[in-house]
Write a protein that binds this ligand. Structure first.
Ligand code: NAD
Length: 498
């Protein structure tokens, strides 16, 4: 049985609160370890180590900070297989998918290697006679990140490479369900030359999160998780004057117009609906079939779903693993029953899908399709976060757009069509933060920014890209004058340029 401890001040820090949580292998259903849960005392220890480290780190040269990021990038590449295996053993996703999240997270570290360029200010000579003006961006101090179970490496890497490269110290509170990847990342940052205390990991639950949200030493909070907790984090942390970006849940629609290539659309719906067992914030959970494509499209999706290989993440042939916990699997399966009760048609029942090589105690649920779903059903209104694809049939492009725009979430959306004009109008009018045109999972590259609209984001700033640099820094505008020696004059007039 493994035991996962905190990482504070550049070293492993055994918990003192006495509270712990179990870590499961979702493919077997067995407990494989325990993780320490932080109390307010350990939160204090991490924040004070971070505060001390931040004072020196903000003055480290840009070359040094970039150098640490370059070294970290190489180390993550070397340990990518180990990271992917750790993620798979605690999250359940197949190893190739886990390797994919490490690669996408690493793109943000690569972006952060360019910090000397990203932090460049501007300079204007002679804004007034013999007066110059310039702008700089400075780090905030200690910033915290609170992350969900579904991307235990990538989502923390959306945050800390940029925060650290900007000169901050970062305290990470990862999901208690799959905590090991964050400790390996901490070890790699230390090996890359990051000074002790600049990166800390605190494990735990709401107790640790709430202590961070109220801590006067924390200047800003980045959060990714479900909408109710995102809202709680935003309201609590802004009430104590912190800067907050809190990314919440999602209900991502894929609109298929009548002129779309239906084989292409079916491939995309299956890949984006069932990859990582639907436990992705950008997973497609609703296919919006515009008349008359629905029957043919559902048939093509069902054919592909029947061929999916479900099995443990360690099996290289497996395409979809188990769900993260038993209660989550049961909750997701519950939507199949409620959908049918409310009038949907269970076109494919994942509960009967074969599992190749899985142990019976694993948290298995195969891919399911609920057809003839309507917007009033719980399987449509709720974020299911599992391998269930709902199909809503609508008469027109306008009806599809109205449906998506009426949904309270606004994380991702996709349109499949052969028509440039229709796609362009959709992109312009849809109220969603990340839009794909014939691309089902439009996750922006590291140099753009990631974030939704409406109930998928509380705060104004999206993650990574230049918005990430802005979130983790604040601007200062400097006006300077070096007058020639000699007599001046007193003037009480408001200064205007001349
Ligand atoms: P979650 O909201 O349950 O947990 C997220 C974090 O908050 C964890 O670290 C957890 O320990 C902490 N937490 C949980 N309950 C808390 C409470 N009552 N008070 C304070 N902190 C609490 O989310 P999850 O189940 O780990 O992850 C899945 C959710 O994350 C889904 O809703 C998914 O859509 C969302 N998600 C969103 C994005 C995005 O970019 N918008 C990305 C990934 C995941």
């Amino acid at each position: 049985m493994k035991h996962v401890s905190h990482w504070i001040g550049g070293k492993s820090w055994p918990g003192t609160s006495g509270a712990t949580g179990d870590i499961y292998d979702p493919a077997t259903g067995q407990v494989t370890g325990t993780v320490d849960f932080a109390s307010a005392t350990e939160v204090d220890a991490a924040v004070s180590a971070a505060t001390e480290a931040a004072a020196g780190w903000r003055n480290a040269s840009l070359a040094r900070r970039a150098g640490v990021m370059f070294a970290f990038r190489e180390l993550v590449r070397t340990h990518a297989g180990e990271l992917a295996a750790l993620i798979s053993s605690e999250h359940g996703k197949v190893t190739s998918d886990a390797a994919g999240e490490v690669a996408r997270g690493l793109e943000v570290a690569e972006f952060a290697c360019g910090i000397p360029h990203l932090l460049k200010g501007s300079y204007s000579e002679n804004v007034s006679t013999q007066v110059d003006a310039y702008s700089i961006r400075q780090p905030l101090g200690v910033v915290a990140g609170i992350t969900p179970f579904n991307f235990p490496a990538m989502v923390p890497m959306w945050m800390f490479p940029i925060a650290i490269a900007c000169g901050n110290a970062f305290v990470l509170k990862p999901s208690e369900k799959d905590p090991s990847a964050s400790v390996l990342l901490a070890e790699l940052l230390a090996e890359a030359g990051l000074p002790d205390g600049v990166f800390s990991v605190l494990h735990g639950d709401a107790v640790a999160v709430n202590a961070l949200l109220g801590h006067p030493g924390v200047a800003a909070v980045s959060f990714v998780g479900s909408t109710p907790i995102a809202k709680h984090v935003y309201e609590t942390a802004t009430a104590t004057g912190k800067r907050v970006q809190a990314l919440g849940g999602a209900k991502n629609h894929m609109v298929v117009l009548a002129d779309a290539d239906l084989d292409n659309a079916a491939d995309a719906a299956v890949s984006a609906g069932f990859g990582s067992a639907g436990e992705r914030c950008m997973a497609i959970s609703v296919v919006v079939a515009v008349d008359p494509v629905a029957d043919e499209l559902v048939g093509k999706i069902a054919e592909r779903v029947a061929r999916l290989r479900v099995g443990p993440g360690t099996d290289e042939r497996a395409e979809m693993g188990p769900l993260v916990t038993g209660p989550h699997r049961d909750r997701v399966a519950g939507y199949l029953d409620s959908g049918v009760r409310e009038g949907a048609v269970l076109a494919v029942d994942g509960r009967t899908h074969p599992v190749s090589g899985g142990e019976p105690g694993g948290f298995w649920l195969g891919p399911s399709i609920l057809d003839h779903v309507t917007p009033d059903m719980a399987c449509y209104t709720d974020e299911i976060f599992g391998p269930v694809l709902s199909v809503v049939r609508v008469p027109s492009h306008d009806a599809a757009l109205d449906l998506v725009n009426a949904n309270p979430y606004g994380n991702g959306v996709a349109i499949f069509t052969a028509g440039g004009g229709a796609a362009r109008r959709f992109v312009s009018e849809v109220t969603v933060g990340m839009v794909g045109v014939n691309v089902p999972i439009p996750v922006p590259m590291a140099y753009y920014s990631f974030g939704g609209w409406k109930s998928s984001l509380f705060g104004d700033t999206h993650m990574h890209g230049t918005e990430g640099v802005h979130f983790y820094t604040r601007g200062k505008a400097v006006t300077s004058r070096w007058p020639e020696p000699g007599p001046g004059s007193v003037s009480l007039k408001f200064p205007v340029s001349n």
